[in-house]
Design a protein around this ligand. Structure first.
Ligand SMILES: [Zn+2]
Ligand SMILES: [Zn+2]
Length: 169
């Protein structure tokens, strides 16, 4: 749990570094997994019941390449901007960047917020490298290791079939 201790947090600016195990987050990456603990580095400004948090979070992930299916290391990093309101009524209009905690809780759990901000950073197109060659469509060899020598037609067979149908009319 990314636990920000509120009980001992003084007014004014405090720098807080937190680390937490990510195993309790479960399988959050399709085809991949988180490889390191999550680390956050935060500037925390407290003014009584209002706590403003600004900083960064990062975790090392292993993602699955969409072309060759190899796992590759990818650093997920995100800025964090968050308000924590201690013992408050709901603050109107602040939305998803607000965590409210009961005064007697003594801490705020930042895990959910940090996790969702990190997962937004997972690229839609996952490639082990920009020029990953993927698999040969003929023999299935991984073309990153070596060319397989297959003759790959540059045109698509489906279009070829359509062309033939047209010609027969
Ligand atoms: Zn690849
Ligand atoms: Zn081949």
């Amino acid at each position: 749990m990314l636990r920000l201790d509120i009980g001992s947090l003084p007014d004014g600016l405090t720098h807080v570094d937190l680390t937490a195990d990510t195993s309790e987050w479960g399988d959050v990456l399709e085809g991949g997994h988180l490889e390191s603990p999550v680390e956050v580095s935060l500037d925390v400004t407290r003014n009584g019941r209002d706590i403003f948090i600004k900083g960064r979070a990062g975790v090392t992930a292993v993602l699955e390449c969409g072309r060759c299916l190899a796992g590759y290391v990818f650093a997920l990093e995100t800025p964090i901007v968050l308000w924590v309101i201690v013992g408050g009524e709901a603050a109107s209009g602040e939305g998803e960047n607000v965590i409210e905690v009961p005064a007697r809780a003594g801490y705020a759990d930042l895990s959910d917020h940090v996790r969702s901000e990190l997962l937004v950073q997972v690229p839609l197109k996952q490639l082990c490298k920009a020029d990953c060659r993927g698999f040969c469509p003929v023999c299935g060899a991984n073309l990153n290791s070596a060319p397989c020598g297959c003759h790959i037609e540059s045109h698509d067979a489906r279009w070829e079939a359509l062309k033939k149908m047209r010609e027969q009319r």
